[in-house]
Design a protein around this ligand. Structure first.
Ligand SMILES: [Zn+2]
Length: 472
């Protein structure tokens, strides 16, 4: 065990109100004993690769530039860049920087420290957890790597634990396996300064069956069983000093399919990306073009929140500024919009719903937007620096996690946009928090964005539409 060493465990897609003692007793016990963050949030869009990149750079998409799971990128002018594809990510990296901020692995390598990633997530998500791992000599275990060309850690795992089990929904066997890679191999033989264990349930199962489905609850229980093994091992002093548990986003219910591209002018279609996060990258992003697009969008029955104002340009009438939601990078779309979703009166996993484009069936879980159920995440931290049994009401979000880990290791946080969560430290003080609601209205379409400012840094609470944009 090294000073400040940390294991970061992620339950992908676990919305905070679903982390109950009945479904996840080990996690609940840990959170009760640790410092728990009651107002933890994801980023926008609340998509996994964006969330991963924001977590490990300590920055929102505005600063790191991986602005969505799928977006238009000058290195792939003919089509939409797919961040789920490592080939696409490596292609972009061959043309220039993939992201604009160093990742945690880069910072650790520069300080002579080590990081190990163990993941059952997709190849693209796992890549973004430590994009330069190979160059740094940092070990990576992915369930998806080519079995004919295993990494050293994969070969070690196979020799000790047998082959990687087949995937499933719930993904119980794989999740139990990757947890054992951490306890049985990573710490005994690598003793890293930082290890990431990324469990892709309940996300995987929830997408298929729905947020409150029996299958999803079983996935939560299986993931919690694996965490129980980790917790017992950590409490026995066999692991790192610090244990941090997070989720990257929540999920809400996919209510019905929308097809925004079919309803938009043909000349916009090959300049657009559609999903829960949607964007249009215009050849001519003049004010007149953007105003015409907004007028068209807000008439559509599927249109949710609409954002504009990239690179310091003012937002178009009726839209909210992109930088309010951590967007507005030069690769962000000229206009970003979400699909319509339930408003703040709909509370709880049964009531929170949204339209979606693809990937799931009606009733399946979905995420990516600004609904509270998509943004509300789990975050808890324990170790010698942290208060025990402490509930922090101070809002925080994914970009705060890397600066906190760096602080635990005694390393500088310059260049991150987040904030070390020192209010949970034994000698910490809560920072000043302001809560604001930003509004924009145009032709009867209304949108609102609730936001916190914590120690001068903005965090998105949630967003919703109203008036002619209300959920119906
Ligand atoms: Zn995710």
């Amino acid at each position: 065990m090294t000073l400040g060493s940390t294991l970061l465990v992620t339950f992908d897609g676990l919305r905070s109100d679903r982390a109950t003692a009945a479904l996840m007793p080990n996690l609940a016990a840990f959170m009760a004993e640790a410092s728990r963050f009651a107002n933890a949030r994801s980023v926008f869009p609340s998509e996994t690769r964006v969330a991963v990149t924001s977590t490990f750079t300590g920055a929102p998409p505005l600063r790191h530039g991986l602005v969505a799971n799928a977006f238009r990128h000058p290195a792939v002018p003919e089509r939409t860049l797919q961040t789920g594809s490592v080939a696409d990510l490596l292609h972009v990296a061959s043309k220039g920087p993939l992201i604009d901020r160093p990742s945690l692995g880069d910072r650790l390598a520069a300080a002579g420290k080590s990081m190990v990633v163990v993941s059952s997530a997709s190849t693209g998500a796992t890549h973004m957890m430590n994009p330069n791992a190979a160059a740094h000599g940092h070990a990576v275990f992915s369930c998806h790597q080519d079995p004919d060309r295993p990494t050293a850690l994969q070969a070690e795992a196979r020799a000790r634990l047998g082959p990687i089990p087949a995937t499933g929904r719930p993904n119980a066997a794989r999740i139990a396996y990757v947890a054992r890679v951490v306890t049985d191999i990573v710490w005994p033989t690598h003793d890293p300064d930082v290890c990431v264990l990324w469990l892709n349930d309940p996300d995987l199962t929830s997408h298929a069956f729905g947020v409150t489905a029996t299958e999803t609850e079983a996935a939560q229980r299986h993931a919690d069983d694996a965490f129980g093994e980790i917790l017992a091992w950590w409490r026995a002093g066999k692991g790192p000093e610090n244990l941090i548990v997070m989720s990257d986003h929540g999920q809400i219910t996919g209510a019905a399919v929308a097809d925004p591209l079919a309803d938009l002018p043909a000349e916009w279609r090959d300049r657009s990306a559609a999903g829960v996060f949607n964007g249009i990258w215009f050849d001519d992003p003049s004010a007149a073009t953007l105003e015409r697009a907004v007028d068209r969008l807000i008439e559509m029955p599927w249109c949710g929140l609409v954002f504009s104002g990239r690179a310091g340009a003012p937002a178009v009438r009726g839209t909210l500024p992109l930088d309010l939601v951590g967007q507005g990078h030069e690769r962000s779309p000229d206009i970003a919009f979400t699909l319509r979703s339930t408003g703040p009166d709909a509370t709880g996993p049964e009531a929170q719903r949204r339209l979606f484009v693809e990937h799931i069936d009606v009733g399946g879980g979905i995420h990516g937007g600004l609904n509270e159920g998509e943004l509300a995440t789990v975050l808890a931290m324990a170790g010698p620096c942290f208060r025990d049994g402490f509930v922090s009401e101070t809002p925080c979000w994914l970009p705060d996690i890397a600066p906190t880990i760096l602080t635990l290791l005694g390393l500088p946080t310059e260049g991150t946009s987040g904030r070390p969560l020192t209010e949970a430290f034994l000698d910490g003080e809560p920072p000043r928090v302001l809560h604001t609601v930003h509004e924009a209205a145009h032709r009867g379409f209304e949108q609102r964005l609730a936001r916190w400012t914590v120690a001068g840094k903005g965090i998105v609470d949630r967003g919703w539409t109203d008036g002619t944009g209300a959920w119906r």
